[in-house]
Design a binder for this molecule. Structure first.
Ligand SMILES: C[S@@+](CC[C@H](N)C(=O)[O-])C[C@H]1O[C@@H](n2cnc3c(N)ncnc32)[C@H](O)[C@@H]1O
Length: 438
C-alpha cells in the first residue's frame, strides 16, 4: 500500500468533520493510521486541531475576499488548510502554504483551485490577525467561539471569560495517572529521566504527572501499553477522591467506560472486588475490560445496561455518576465541541443526566452516597439538575465538601467542586456528593 500524503489526510479528516460534524477524535482515529510517522502525525494533528480550534477567524479571513456568500464544503476545507498555515504556521513561508494548498486542491477539488489560489494570495497580503483590538471588540472571532457558547460563558463567569477562552485556545498538556498496580512515582521518574522526558508532578494529587507532548521514541505510548500509566487529567482524580472509595464500600460506577475513574477506584478500594462497572455501550464495556487487563485489575464486575432504567438486585452504598455531558470543560482538548454542540443537544444531554440520577437513587443503600460529576462548566448540566433533584427528593441532601486539601477556589456555591479550565492546566469539571438522609 502506498503511503498517503499527510496533506491528503488533513483534507480527508477535516472534510469529514465539516460535512458530518462527527466527533473529531473518532475521525482522527479513522484517518490517521498507526503506521503514520511521528513527524507526519504531529504535522497533521497541528493543522487539523488548529483549523477546528480557530475556524471562526479563518472564516472571517476567507469570506472578506470571497464573492460568494456561501462556499461549498470541499473548497472551504481547502481554504481553511491554506489560511490556517498563513495565519498560524510561522515556520512555513507564505508561498509554500499557498502552493501546497493549490496542489492539494488539484487532487481534491480541481475546479476550485484558481479561486483558492486567488483568495489565499489576498489573505497573505492582508490578513485579519489576532490582535488585542480584535480580542476586545470581537472576542468570539479572536477565540473562535459560536456566539451562543461565548455568551453563555460570559453570563456564567463574567470577568473570567477571557482567561477561560484563552486557556481553551492553548495546546493541552498531557496528564498521566501513575497506576499503582504496576509501578510507582520513583520507578516512573527514573524511566522518564533516563529517556530525557521532562515532567512535573501535580501539586494537589501526588499520583498525577504532566508532560508537554508525546516523545518521538514512543516511550510514553509503551508505558501506556504496559499499563504503567493512564492518560487522565487530575480533575478526574478529584472526582474519585470525593467518592473516597474504601475496602468495605460496594460501589457502582454507572457511566463507567472507558474506565479511567473506575481504575483509580479499584486502586483505592483494594483491587476492585466490590466495584461494578456499568455502561450502556457494549463496545465501550469491552474497552474497560481491556484497559483493566492491561492495568492488572482483576476482580471487577461488568454490566451492560441503560442507567436510566437499570434496577440492581442489590443496593450499593456508593454510586458514581460520571455522566455523558457536553464536555464544555474540555474544549482545549476537544475543540470540535464548539461546532458540534447545539442548544438543542445541550437540552437533551441535561435531560438524560437528570433521568439517570433520578433512576439511580433507587439502587442506593440506606445512607448511601451518589457522586454526580460532569466535565462541563455549564450550569444547565450541573447546578440546575442538582437543585431540581434536591427539590423533588426530600429524602436526599447535598453533603458539602469539608476537606481541607481541596483549594477554596474549587468549592462551588452548592458545596461541591467546580474547576474552570483556566486553573492549573486542569480540565473543567463539576462534582458534588448527594446523600440519602436515612
Ligand atoms: C463521561 S463518559 C464516562 C467516563 C468514565 N467515567 C471514565 O472516567 O473513563 C460517560 C459514559 O456514559 C455512558 N452512557 C451514556 N448514556 C448512558 C446510559 N443511559 N446508561 C449508561 N451509560 C451511559 C457512555 O457510553 C460513556 O461511556
Amino acid at each position: 500500500m502506498s503511503k498517503k500524503n499527510p496533506r491528503d489526510i488533513i483534507f480527508d479528516t477535516l472534510y469529514a468533520f465539516f460535512s458530518d460534524k462527527k466527533s473529531l477524535k473518532i475521525l482522527i482515529t479513522k484517518y490517521i493510521k498507526d503506521e503514520t510517522s511521528y513527524t507526519d502525525k504531529a504535522f497533521i494533528l497541528n493543522i487539523v486541531k488548529g483549523v477546528v480550534r480557530d475556524k471562526r477567524i479563518l472564516d472571517e479571513n476567507i469570506y472578506q475576499y470571497s464573492k460568494f456568500k456561501k462556499i461549498d464544503a470541499r473548497t472551504l476545507t481547502l481554504l481553511y488548510i491554506g489560511t490556517y498555515q498563513l495565519l498560524f504556521c510561522d515556520s512555513v513561508p507564505d508561498y509554500a502554504s499557498i502552493n501546497t494548498t493549490v496542489e492539494l486542491s488539484k487532487r481534491k477539488h480541481k475546479k476550485s483551485f484558481n479561486f483558492i489560489n486567488a483568495i489565499l494570495r489576498k489573505i497573505s497580503k492582508s490578513a485579519l490577525k489576532k490582535t488585542d483590538q480584535l480580542k476586545t471588540n470581537r472576542p468570539e472571532i479572536y477565540f473562535s467561539y459560536p456566539d451562543w457558547i461565548l455568551n453563555k460563558i460570559r453570563r456564567l463567569y463574567d470577568n473570567k471569560l477571557y482567561s477561560i477562552c484563552e486557556s481553551s485556545s492553548n495546546i493541552p498538556p498531557i496528564w498521566i495517572r501513575i497506576n499503582a498496580f504496576k509501578t510507582n512515582l520513583a520507578e516512573l521518574s527514573q524511566i522518564l529521566i533516563k529517556n530525557n522526558i521532562s515532567f512535573s508532578e501535580d501539586k494537589l494529587l501526588s499520583n498525577y504527572i504532566k508532560i508537554d507532548k508525546f516523545d518521538s521514541k514512543n516511550i510514553i505510548l509503551d508505558l501506556i501499553k504496559k499499563g504503567f500509566i493512564y492518560i487522565q487529567n487530575p480533575s478526574s482524580g478529584l472526582v474519585v477522591n470525593l467518592l473516597s472509595p474504601s475496602k468495605n464500600d460496594t460501589i457502582l460506577d454507572a457511566c463507567s467506560a472507558p474506565g479511567g475513574k473506575a481504575a483509580f477506584i479499584a486502586e483505592l478500594n483494594g483491587g476492585g472486588a466490590n466495584l461494578t462497572c456499568l455502561d450502556i455501550n457494549k463496545k465501550r464495556i469491552n474497552q474497560i475490560k481491556s484497559n483493566f487487563s492491561i492495568m492488572g485489575i482483576k476482580d471487577t464486575s461488568f454490566i451492560c445496561e441503560d442507567s436510566i432504567r437499570f434496577r440492581a438486585n442489590k443496593k450499593y452504598n456508593k454510586i458514581l455518576l460520571d455522566l455523558p455531558c457536553s464536555s464544555s470543560g474540555t474544549i482545549r482538548k476537544n475543540p470540535d465541541i464548539k461546532w458540534t454542540l447545539s442548544k438543542n443537544s445541550l437540552k437533551n444531554i441535561q435531560k438524560t443526566q437528570y433521568d439517570i440520577l433520578n433512576n439511580m437513587k433507587n439502587n442506593l443503600a440506606k445512607k448511601g452516597e451518589i457522586i454526580y460529576s460532569t466535565c462541563s462548566i455549564f450550569n444547565d448540566e450541573n447546578h440546575k439538575n442538582i437543585e431540581r433533584f434536591i427539590a423533588e427528593n426530600d429524602d436526599f441532601h447535598i453533603s458539602k465538601i469539608n476537606n481541607k486539601n481541596i483549594p477554596e477556589n474549587f468549592i462551588n456555591e452548592l458545596g461541591g467542586i467546580t474547576i474552570l479550565p483556566d486553573e492549573n492546566g486542569y480540565e473543567g469539571m463539576f462534582a458534588i456528593k448527594i446523600k440519602k438522609n436515612v
